[in-house]
Design a protein around this ligand. Structure first.
Ligand code: SF4
Ligand code: SF4
Length: 453
């Protein structure tokens, strides 16, 4: 029987590109590489306008704190370092590089100098940090820090190949075309964490990928493929951990608190490539789809290529777009700019017409059907949360545990009255978090005053 969790729902899959092999986008004339593509401190540039750069060269490095370096995805000349709004509309300093078309490789790019059996945990953590790898499923947490925080705390390594969001098939194609990268990346993680068992979680709408992975791991007793029920949001870390281990991850806790650590499939593959070739994270697979795109495809895109480059590679647009989304339709971020760059966290670029987008303009009313409550994977009461959020009743929303919402969008998707539940919740969460942080700062200030007095 397939592993699963409580709640969630089947969504229309739209996996139009599941049979589209990964195709390499020729590196564009210009790339715009943001200096912050991860959770944590932004990088400081290590290059300036006019500098020549090589493919794979470090162009930004974090001086202090959490974060990982960024590298050039082309060889060429830095034309400027400018502020560009990222996928969440936050201004980020961005290195603009004119591609010289010569594809000159940086001498920094070289395979790891030891065999895996000789590598220490510290060696692997440093390799992953230097390669600039951050969670490629969209979370963008620096991977070296995740490994580091899991050492001696976890007994289960889970590789997330669920890919439960509609439209996206990038991981599916990766499993079919490069299963060895995922499996070898898993072995590197096992070595770093000192574990003997890893679980690769794949939804049962990708049984061809399950067969491919099982064929490749036939000789390995350490790696197991777990077949998951196809249900949204199966790829959410909490649901995956519950489905495989039966352990519930309380709100505010990390997977390591229940002995688990979860890495995305493409993150695993990037770790393997860094180990085998020394290539840092400078390209990724992006599903380009939506009813406005002429020929939806899976594209291997250099980091810093624009959405426009990808769309043109897919034959351009056939309809007027209403919305461009970075990521999936359930949890992705709507974009304001078609020239925005592909980053380490861009799993998909979707271009949807008005007919495909939910009607969010009208003020809809709840008809109290209870569907959102039945389907919420976090066992919340989305109808009440939306109501409290809409009327600014933040204390009530907090009492009803709004901060445990993972913003999966299942409630909005299933709502027959089209109440934009998750939008209300997201906005209220932002306000409540800001209020709590101001209260903490005030309490700290008061405590300091009491000590001084
Ligand atoms: S309330 Fe939050 S966690 Fe529950 S279904 Fe809605 S978006 Fe998902
Ligand atoms: S699904 Fe929509 S209409 Fe039904 S209870 Fe929830 S908010 Fe109300």
């Amino acid at each position: 029987m397939a592993y699963t969790f409580k709640g969630g729902s089947r969504v229309v899959e739209h996996k139009n590109t599941k049979d589209s092999p990964i195709e390499k986008l020729p590196a564009p004339k210009m790339v715009a590489i943001p200096l912050s593509q991860h959770i944590g401190a932004p990088c400081a540039p290590t290059v300036k306008a006019g500098d020549e750069v090589l493919r794979g060269q470090v162009i930004g490095e974090v001086k202090n704190g959490l974060g990982c370096p960024v590298h050039s995805s082309v060889s060429g000349v830095v034309r400027g370092i400018v502020s560009v709004n990222d996928a969440k509309a936050t201004p980020v300093m961005t290195v603009v590089i004119e591609n010289d078309g010569l594809d000159r490789l940086s001498p920094e790019v070289r395979p790891f100098e030891k065999k895996l059996s000789e590598a220490t945990t510290e060696d692997i953590i440093e390799l992953v940090r230097r390669a600039g790898i951050s969670g490629m499923g969209g979370a963008t947490f620096p991977t070296y820090a995740k490994i580091s925080s899991a050492v001696d705390r976890v007994d289960r390594l889970i590789i997330n190949c669920a890919e439960c969001e509609p439209f996206i098939t990038a991981n599916h194609r990766l499993m079919l075309e490069r299963p060895h990268e995922i499996i070898n990346g898993t072995k590197i993680l096992l070595k770093a964490l000192g574990l003997r068992d890893a679980y690769i979680a794949v939804e049962n709408n990708k049984m061809d990928a399950v067969a491919k992975l099982e064929e490749k791991i036939a000789q390995s007793k350490m790696i197991h493929v777990c077949i998951m029920k196809t249900k949204y949001p199966q790829g959410d870390e909490r649901q995956l951990i519950y489905a495989i281990t039966g352990k519930e991850l309380p709100a505010g806790k990390l997977p390591a608190d229940v002995g688990c650590v979860v890495f995305n499939a493409e993150t695993c593959a990037a770790i393997y490539r860094a180990f085998a070739t020394g290539m840092p994270l400078i390209e990724r697979v992006v599903t380009v789809d939506g009813d406005c795109v002429q020929k939806p495809r899976n594209v291997l895109a250099p980091i810093g290529a624009s959405y426009r480059d990808l769309i043109e590679f897919c034959g351009g647009l056939k309809k007027t777009p209403e919305k461009i989304i970075n990521g999936g339709p359930m949890m992705g971020a709507a974009q304001w700019n078609i020239d925005g760059p592909v980053t380490k966290g861009t799993s998909a670029v979707l271009v949807l017409s008005k007919e495909m987008c939910a009607d969010t303009e009208q003020d809809h009313s709840c008809i109290r059907c209870g569907r959102c409550v039945r389907n919420c994977p976090m066992h919340l009461m989305p109808n009440y949360l939306a109501l409290f959020a809409r009327h600014g009743k933040y204390d009530d929303a907090d009492k009803y545990d709004i901060l445990s919402c993972v913003e999966c969008g299942t409630c909005s998707y299933n709502c027959p009255a089209h109440v934009p539940i998750v939008q209300y919740i997201r906005a209220a969460k932002g306000t409540i978090k800001a209020q709590k942080s101001a209260e903490r700062a005030k309490a700290k200030e008061n405590a300091a005053n009491i000590t001084v007095n």
